[in-house]
Write a protein that binds this ligand. Structure first.
Ligand code: PMP
Length: 397
């Protein structure tokens, strides 16, 4: 669905091609069906179902009662920036706190991209990456990374995608939507290519760091030679179940952070004072809770992946992080003799037929797949998977 000129309204050229998010469209259709009285299970959104830890809420309440209710410095409170910097051996001026990790990305791209610049984004990717690049009037260079390659970018395809216009490579490990996690060695191999291209910078989005089911590697830590051109993005949204608090941060070279702060200073100013107090409590707090929640997610992952792999037409790799399964639905498409002409047609059918909402892979730049979030209760997951299995068996009988 595209935005269009209507009546006297004429969108700016930077809006060209900016589609309303397919995730939002699916969720809206699911809501419509629910309003008609249909029983719908939506596995389409990307937020943990756990509550925010109570100690975080208490800290935020105490901060508000103590008067921390005014504007904060644009780049974030000194205490929060220091706590973030301290964990990675950086300094306060290497850190910006923003209204969610999303605003960190927007600040960085807005502060650095000119029309005609290129950003390399391995697909599948989180939908906002390409949309923010578009709003900056720059160009996304998509590099498809197939399931057979673990949905990961190879050094060779990285090198082939680089041109004199490349400004950024955007990495996301663990990945939304594929759950792929890069090992330290895989990052080192990508860094070796980038060492030959000193004008290409790297955004490493590590928002799912604490939802990694094996080893986690941070790009900046394993590629110290690139330190002066890496922006690490992280936040409290996913690990601490704080999506509504809107706190994320970027860690990078101070000149980049200063430029990002200048952008943020005009658009939103400092992030919410009360939320920053909550985020500080979160990152200083007991980490045992994170491990417990990660273990619960891992159990759900194992259950969901094996159930999907038993369904006719679907094939699902095991995600090493985040809370999404990204099965291939190629076996259900016309090329394979199946009934659907696209992943989107399959999702529409599944919603209408089985009342289960998933997101088509094409929204993430890799058609032929669907994304299913397993950040739901066991009851919701088993209900949704049973309906899917039933509908698919009916189809292929
Ligand atoms: N990066 C990725 C890969 C995400 O999946 C999300 C949330 N869906 C974000 C960034 C944005 O996080 P926040 O809510 O902190 O803005």
């Amino acid at each position: 669905m595209q935005l269009e000129a209507t009546g006297k309204f004429q969108p700016a050229t930077r809006m060209d091609g900016l589609a309303l998010s397919e995730i939002v469209q699916i969720s809206e259709r699911a809501a419509e069906l629910r309003a008609e009285g249909r029983d719908i299970v939506a596995l389409s959104t990307g937020e943990p179902d756990f509550p925010t830890p109570p100690y975080v809420i208490t800290a935020a309440r105490d901060a508000a009662l103590a008067g921390q209710t005014r504007y904060t410095p644009t780049a974030g409170t000194a205490m929060l920036r220091d706590a973030i910097a301290h964990r990675v051996g950086a300094a306060r001026n290497n850190v910006i706190v923003s209204t969610g990790a999303k605003q960190v990305l927007a600040n960085a791209l807005m502060a650095t991209l000119d029309p005609g610049d290129e950003v390399i984004i391995p697909a599948p990717y989180w939908t906002s990456y390409s949309d923010i690049v578009r709003l900056c009037q720059a160009r996304t260079v998509t590099v498809p990374c197939q399931m057979t390659d673990g949905f990961k970018l190879s050094p060779k395809s990285l090198e082939q995608a680089i041109t004199p216009h490349t400004r950024w490579l955007m990495l996301n490990s663990p990945s939304n939507p594929s759950g792929a996690v890069y090992s330290a060695d895989e990052f080192v191999a990508l860094a070796a290519v980038l060492e030959r291209y000193p004008d290409v910078w790297v955004i490493s989005d590590e928002i799912y760091q604490h939802l990694t089911y094996g080893e986690f590697a941070s790009f900046a830590a394993v590629a110290p030679a690139l330190k002066e051109r890496v922006l690490t993005v992280n936040g409290v949204s996913k690990a601490w179940s704080m999506t509504g608090w809107r706190i994320g941060w970027g860690i990078g070279p101070s000149a980049l952070i200063a430029a990002m702060t200048a952008v943020q200073g005009q658009f939103t100013s400092g992030a919410s004072s009360v939320s920053q107090a909550g985020a500080l409590a979160a990152i200083l707090g007991d980490r045992a809770l994170l491990a417990e929640r990660c273990a619960v997610m891992k159990g759900r992952r194992d259950y969901v992946v094996s159930a999907l792999n038993e369904m006719p037409g679907l094939q699902c790799a095991v995600p090493d992080g985040a809370f999404y399964a990204f099965p291939s639905c190629a076996g259900l498409l016309e090329d394979a003799g199946g009934p659907f002409d696209s992943d989107a047609a399959f999702c529409t059918w599944l919603l209408e037929e089985a009342g289960v909402a998933l997101v088509p892979g094409r929204a993430f730049g890799l058609p032929g797949h669907v994304r299913l979030s397993f950040a739901y209760s066991d009851t919701e997951l088993s209900d949704a998977l049973a309906r899917m299995a039933k509908a698919l068996r009916g189809l292929t009988r």
